[in-house]
Write a protein that binds this ligand. Sequence first.
Ligand SMILES: Cc1cc2nc3c(=O)[nH]c(=O)nc-3n(C[C@H](O)[C@H](O)[C@H](O)COP(=O)(O)OP(=O)(O)OC[C@H]3O[C@@H](n4cnc5c(N)ncnc54)[C@H](O)[C@@H]3O)c2cc1C
Ligand code: FES
Length: 260
Amino acid sequence: MITEQAVVLSSEKLSEGIFSMWLETAVAGNAMPGQFAGLYPGREDTLLQRPISICEIDKKAGAIRLVYRVAGKGTDWLSRCASGDSFRILGPCGNGFDTKKAEGLSLLVGGGIGVPPMLELGKALADAGKEFKFVLGYRNSDMFLYEDFAKVSGEENILIATDDGSAGVHGTVVDAITSSGLKAGTVFACGPMPMLRALKGYASQAGIKAWISLEERMACGVGACLGCVCRTVNKDEHSMVNNARVCVEGPVFDAEDVDI
Ligand SMILES: Cc1cc2nc3c(=O)[nH]c(=O)nc-3n(C[C@H](O)[C@H](O)[C@H](O)COP(=O)(O)OP(=O)(O)OC[C@H]3O[C@@H](n4cnc5c(N)ncnc54)[C@H](O)[C@@H]3O)c2cc1C
Ligand code: FES
């Protein structure tokens, strides 16, 4: 994990409140799908890093792509950056998705602003010759990154669920999976907690291994403050508490190991 000044290569608006940014940074060198970067906005009133998942990694160019929703002061500041601007970055943080854990058909499930990290995971599974399909949940037919996903898997390997039924299945990502009749071997997921809970239940009933990426409010991002703990099923061997730090032991967990 390193900290350095990253340089903005490009920044664009993808959809209402959703932005994409390519950054030139040495963080790209060791980054894996599902890891995140801590960004320090250049404002005096936002001292803490803002964790954002890595959406794409270009190791040759030494660059990473981040796709984020403007939620408050820090992400608003980021959305105003332009090519050539620079700011401090920490990364790569967290454990990421382990592609070696993919068995049989993998379903790469993203919901809302949890969609971006599934893109790099899809590229990594394609490179490893593994079978996968994307399952993407959006509010409506304004499906940011859809074309990028289609380039990786082909449109025929994408299932869509929307809250309002304006595209794909009218309902949740679990509705999209069950109505497809697909028999998956592994689930990898990132998205809002209700989606992760539903997926955990689905995977457990179907006897499928599920790896889920959790999101918690974070302060340090390096395991020191315990601000980001989640509840685990088993006790930690050292501290003897049912906790794990999402920034270090996660953000990706075996769904069976966390109490969500
Ligand atoms: C591991 C991880 C990966 C993430 N990846 C992405 C991503 O790829 N794209 C993306 O858009 N967002 C992502 N987030 C959420 C992102 O970190 C927050 O939206 C961001 O920190 C808000 O900063 P801000 O200064 O704009 O907002 P603040 O002014 O700090 O807060 C504005 C609002 O955002 C909420 N918020 C702040 N931090 C978080 C947080 N960590 N999780 C959820 N809500 C928060 C606050 O409760 C408040 O309502 C991720 C969070 C984690 C923990
Ligand atoms: S954010 Fe400090 S321990 Fe995770």
